[in-house]
Structures are given as structure tokens and as C-alpha cells.
Design a protein around this ligand. Sequence first.
Ligand code: TMP
Length: 207
Amino acid sequence: MTARLGLFITLEGGEGAGKSTAAQGLKAMLEAEGLPVLLTREPGGTAGAEAIRALLLGEVPLTPLAQTMLHFAARADHVERVIRPALDEGRVVICDRFYDSTMAYQASGLGVPVESITALIHLIGLHPDITFLLDLPEEISRARVASRAAATDRYEAMDSGFFTRVTHGFRGIAAAEPGRFVQIDAAAAPEQVVEQMRAAIRARAGR
Ligand code: TMP
């Protein structure tokens, strides 16, 4: 793989973990330090990927493998048009979800074989430098989701067994790659969540 200038940071976690707030806080913190930052999300981040997002989060029936391939179709467009060019320019890219979400939701949650997803990850060929897993005790996650309005998309409408598998899936992926993952206590106040991420980035930069 070719060397790149920028830093690729991804945020992962189950429903209600506060990823979007954390991503915005991290962006503001890095910009305050003078770094050029691009904040983006998956599924989405380009016109094509946002169109695929609407399909993925909508109600059209799709098998788990079809969902997986659509998540990767969106990702391929997003990586080639937005993420790689930004990294090549030396920017810090913060992406709210990336391929670990497919492993957690489609493999652990829906039973798609891990090898199928590994093959698609290989095709994408871009790996995060740091992945923050915003981890919440299951009861807090469940309470946060329950306090929201009715489920608004395909995944929010899943049963609690699905969310338990997703949570355990994320923890297993993080444990298998301790060099890339940093687990963040997502039950902490938003500013403390950003502080945990700042400390981890500093620690890595100092290595
Ligand atoms: P969001 O709520 O964080 O915007 O993400 C949209 C939903 O899509 C969320 O329920 C997680 C799900 N998702 C997958 O199932 N697989 C994936 O690869 C990605 C990126 C998201």
C-alpha cells in the first residue's frame, strides 16, 4: 500500500453511543490545533453513497448479503472520491462509521460470513490509522435508544438480540486489533469523550 500524508480516524459503536457528537467535538478540537480536518460519515459522504444510504436505511427488503454489498458499494465511491483525495492532501479524515460497522452489524448481527466481508475490505484496500470504539454498557445503550422516538430506519427497528450481537461484535473486533482500536467510555460527558480521544491521538503521535 502506498504511504499517505493524512491521518484516517474512524468512530465506531452501537446505537446511542453519541458518535456524531463525539465526531464533531473531535473535529473542533483538531481544528483548534490548526489541523485541516474533513468530517464525513458512512453510509454516505458522496451523492452516490447518500443515494445508497437511503436504500439501505429504507424499507425495501434486502438480504443480509445484499445489504453488505450495498454498504461496500457506497464505501467504494466514498473512499475513491472523498477519503483518499483528502488523505493525499494531508488532511485528517474523521469518518463516522467505516468497515468495522459492516463486521459488527452484518457479520455479528445478521450472520454474513466474516470471510465475505474480509474479501470486500481487501477490495477497498484502505485501513484506518486509529479507530475509536465508543463503548456503552448495554443497559445504557438500550435506555438511550428506548428514549428516542419510534425506530426510523431498518437497523433501529431490529430486536434487542441484534443489538447485543452488534455490541459484542464490536468488542471482539477491537480486542483482535489492539494496535488500531482505542476503546472510549461513551457513558462519560461529551467533553470527556473528546478528551479521551485527544489523549489517545497524542499518545500515538508520541510513539
Ligand atoms: P448511523 O445511524 O450511525 O448514521 O448509521 C446508519 C445505520 O447503518 C446504523 O444503524 C448502522 C448501520 N450500518 C450498517 O449496518 N453497516 C455498515 O457498514 C454501516 C456503515 C452502517
